[in-house]
Design a binder for this molecule. Structure first.
Ligand code: NDP
Length: 448
């Protein structure tokens, strides 16, 4: 779609003002492209310069993170927290520890998070943070010293009603534990300043499962619109971390056959399907032993494709659950040629703009991350609700709430796609519905 004048002007300005941030430009372009019909219908958004404001984070914090490794050497990493938008609630979004982290990546994630959180129906603004620290190959003590140093700076900017970080790539139960311990030591307070906490100190049941489960719930809603479901479908999943693990578990539960998993070194192809027993091996491999997915192929005698991604394997449903831009236009064509019916993004922006266009042109059911993976942050919202009211719900209650939220997100997004004349275009629907709520809140709160 060609950009309208207003949208084009703002987009050019964003590119000029934020050089060397291609992922941020990509995320902004996708949202802005879809908003053109909104500006035509409702000129107030242009009058109040909402786009200019919404593409500029409220606050960007960059800080030094010095720490000492096991050899006694001083190491220095860079820490980030981008507080993108607090129009509808406290800033909320994960922390990513990965060597690829830079300002542009954190900004793209924070920008996406703003619209995602809006779609959940829970009062949460958008933010994201992290560091270029690589937890891979580090000892527990090194990870602890790094996270303590990271929090020694970050604590100034966060709080249960201010900004509530969570996990993301490279930040799981271990890292969140060390982060919270340090925050509590510095502030002498015990409040829900982080989500994804362990059960014993305020975590919610189902939070670890929530993003993966939620993605499958969203995909199931999309499939229903075409009288389809997961039963007996062949599914490919990328990644083998938190999101991939629980997406796999829910697919197995719904009777589908998951045949791939991956990590940054390659992918495994198990045509027999990943069973619960095999998945338990993956959970231990990735969460406890911190090994490589190639060990799955050695253990269960299936194919391992080093340095490759799983999209050439013929499947009916694909769930990209690893990282951004992990599925390009050529790979999207292969999936379409092989008869794919649905793609649901567990990761944030795993499909390139070209891949997304190919799925939409071919009328593939395509769930964009900001809707399809919103189950994680929604359950973080449920975790905060439990913490603030000093109660703790059982598994069934949290799972039921999560399922309801995903059904509602699907409906909100689908209804917006219908209202704007492209029924079933979930990219358009998610961007418009997510944007309008935040934009209206910004206008009603004055010029800030
Ligand atoms: P994890 O760190 O648990 O797992 C990440 C997985 O992706 C690993 O298998 C990792 O492999 C792989 N991966 C990471 N970077 C790359 C890369 N550059 N190329 C190929 N593979 C890579 O993270 P999560 O499962 O939590 O997150 C996965 C995605 O889901 C991210 O995009 C995240 O932003 C998104 N997300 C996560 C939510 C959550 O609740 N956890 C919520 C919403 C979205 P390796 O181990 O080799 O690095």
């Amino acid at each position: 779609m060609a950009l309208s004048n207003y949208v084009e002007r703002v987009y050019e300005h964003v590119v000029e003002k934020n050089p060397s941030e291609p992922e941020f430009h990509q995320a902004v372009k996708e949202v802005l492209d879809n908003l053109i019909p909104v500006f035509e219908k409702e000129p107030k958004f242009e009058k109040y310069k909402v786009l200019e404001r919404i593409t500029e984070p409220e606050r960007t914090i960059i800080f030094r993170v010095p720490w000492v490794d096991d050899k006694g050497e001083i190491q220095v990493n860079r820490g980030f927290r981008v507080q993108f938008n607090s129009a509808i609630g406290p800033f909320k979004g994960g922390l990513r520890f990965h060597p690829s982290v830079n300002l542009g990546i954190i900004k793209f994630l924070g920008f996406e998070q703003t619209f995602k959180n809006s779609l959940t129906g829970i009062q949460m603004g958008g933010g994201k943070g992290g560091s270029d620290f690589d937890p891979k190959g580090k000892s527990d003590n090194e990870v602890m010293r790094f996270t303590q140093s990271f929090m020694t700076e970050l604590f100034r900017y966060i709080g249960g009603r201010v900004d509530v970080p969570a996990g993301d790539i490279g930040v799981g139960a271990r890292e969140l534990g060390y982060l919270f311990g340090q925050w509590k030591k510095i502030t002498q307070r015990f409040e829900p300043v982080l989500t994804g906490k362990a059960r014993e100190w305020g975590g919610s049941l189902i939070r670890p499962e929530a993003t993966g489960y939620g993605n499958v719930y969203f995909a199931a809603e999309m499939l229903k619109t075409r009288n389809e479901d997961f039963k007996d479908k062949i599914v490919s999943i990328s990644g083998s971390g938190n999101v991939a693990q629980y997406a796999t578990q829910k697919c197995i539960e719904l009777g589908a056959k998951v045949v791939t998993l991956s990590d940054s070194s390659g992918f495994i192809y198990d045509p027999e399907g990943i069973t619960t027993e095999k998945l338990n091996f993956v959970l231990d491999l990735k969460n406890v032993r911190r090994g490589r997915i190639s060990e799955y192929a050695e253990k269960f005698g299936c194919e391992y494709h080093p340095g490759e991604r799983p999209w050439k394997i013929p499947v009916k449903i694909a769930l990209p659950c690893a990282t951004q831009n992990e599925l390009n236009g050529d790979e999207a064509k292969i999936l379409v040629d092989n008869g794919i019916i649905a793609v649901s993004e567990g990761a944030n922006m795993p499909s390139t703009l070209e891949a997304t266009d190919i799925f939409l042109e071919n009328k593939i059911l395509f769930g964009p991350g900001k809707a399809a993976n919103a189950g994680g942050v929604s359950t973080s919202g449920l975790e905060m609700a439990q913490n603030f009211s000093f109660v703790s719900w059982d598994r069934q209650q949290v799972d039921t709430e999560l399922h309801k939220i995903m059904i509602n997100i699907h409906k909100t997004v689908y209804d917006a796609s219908v209202e704007y004349g492209e029924p079933g275009n979930y990219v358009l629907g998610a961007n418009i519905a997510g944007f309008k709520k935040v934009a209206n809140a910004m206008i009603s709160q004055g010029h800030w």
